[in-house]
Design a protein around this ligand. Structure first.
Ligand code: SAH
Length: 225
C-alpha cells in the first residue's frame, strides 16, 4: 500500500513514520509512505503557497496552483483509490474507516494549514474529507500521521501477531480487556490469578467478561449499536 502525503511542513512527518510498527511496515515493503513538499510545486519567485482570502477576513488561504500541480504530477504516475483532505469538517475518523482504507492500494493525503485550502481544490481533486475529531489543529500533518498509523497497522503482515489487532478496542463491539505483565506481585498489587493459571479457556472467558464490563462502564453506546 502506498501513501503520498502533500504538506507544506514535511519535517513534521518524519518522526511519526520512522519508528516502531510504521518503520517496520516500510522496511518489509508492505507500506510505502512518501511525503511531498508543497513548496517544491510553487511557481512564483517567493515560493509562496498561500494568499489573502477573497472577501477579507483573518488567516491565509492555501492556493490552488501548487496543490493542483503536485496532485496532477502524482496522478500521472499512478491511479489513486482516494484523495483525502484532512479537515475538521470532514467525516469523523474511526476504526471502521481505518479497516476500509487498509484494503486500498494508493492513497493521497492533503494537509491544510492556516485558514484552510482554496475550496476549489476540495471540489476538483478531493474524493474524501476526514476529521480526526471535533477540535481544530494548526495543520493537517498530525491528523495525516494518525490516519496512516491507524491504517498501516491493519495491513496483513504488519503486526507480528495478527490476532493482536483483532482484539483491540473498536475492532469488534467490545473495548479491549485489561493487560498485565511481570512482576505478578508489585508491592502487594497482584495480577488476577486466572491469568497465571495457564488455563486458556478460563483466561479467554475472563478477558471477555472484563471487556464487557469495561464497555458497559466506559462506552455503553458501543453495545447499543
Ligand atoms: N478554518 C478551518 C480550520 C483550519 S485548521 C475550519 O474551521 O474548519 C488548518 C488545517 O489543519 C485544516 O485545513 C486541516 O487540514 C487541518 N486540521 C485541523 N484540525 C483538524 C482535524 N480535527 N482533523 C483533520 N484535520 C484537521
Amino acid at each position: 500500500m502506498r501513501f503520498d502525503i502533500i504538506s507544506v511542513l514535511p519535517d513534521l512527518l518524519v518522526s511519526p513514520f520512522a519508528h516502531s510498527i510504521l518503520q517496520r511496515a516500510q522496511k518489509k515493503g508492505i507500506a510505502e509512505i512518501v511525503v511531498h513538499n508543497l513548496r517544491d510545486y510553487a511557481t512564483n519567485r517567493q515560493k509562496s503557497v498561500d494568499d489573502y482570502p477573497y472577501g477579507g477576513g483573518s488567516g491565509m488561504v492555501m492556493s490552488i496552483a501548487p496543490f493542483a500541480s503536485c496532485i496532477e504530477s502524482l496522478k500521472e504516475k499512478r491511479e489513486y483509490d482516494e484523495v483525502i483532505f484532512m479537515s475538521p469538517d470532514g467525516e469523523t475518523f474511526n476504526q471502521t474507516i481505518a479497516n476500509e482504507l487498509s484494503g486500498k492500494g494508493n492513497i493521497m493525503i492533503l494537509c491544510g494549514h492556516y485558514k484552510g485550502i482554496d475550496q476549489r481544490i476540495r471540489d476538483l481533486f478531493v474524493t474524501r474529507e476526514i476529521s480526526i475529531g471535533d477540535y481544530v489543529l494548526s495543520g493537517g500533518e498530525l491528523p495525516a500521521a494518525v490516519l496512516v498509523d491507524a491504517i498501516v497497522r491493519l495491513i496483513p503482515g504488519v503486526l507480528n501477531d495478527e490476532t493482536s489487532a483483532l482484539s483491540d478496542s473498536f475492532q469488534g463491539e467490545l473495548l479491549d480487556a485489561p493487560v498485565y505483565t511481570r512482576p505478578a506481585d508489585w508491592q502487594g498489587h497482584k495480577v488476577p490469578d486466572v491469568l497465571l493459571s495457564g488455563h486458556e479457556a478460563k483466561i479467554n472467558e475472563w478477558r471477555h467478561e472484563q471487556a464487557l464490563i469495561r464497555t458497559q462502564t466506559r462506552r455503553p453506546d458501543l453495545l447499543e449499536d
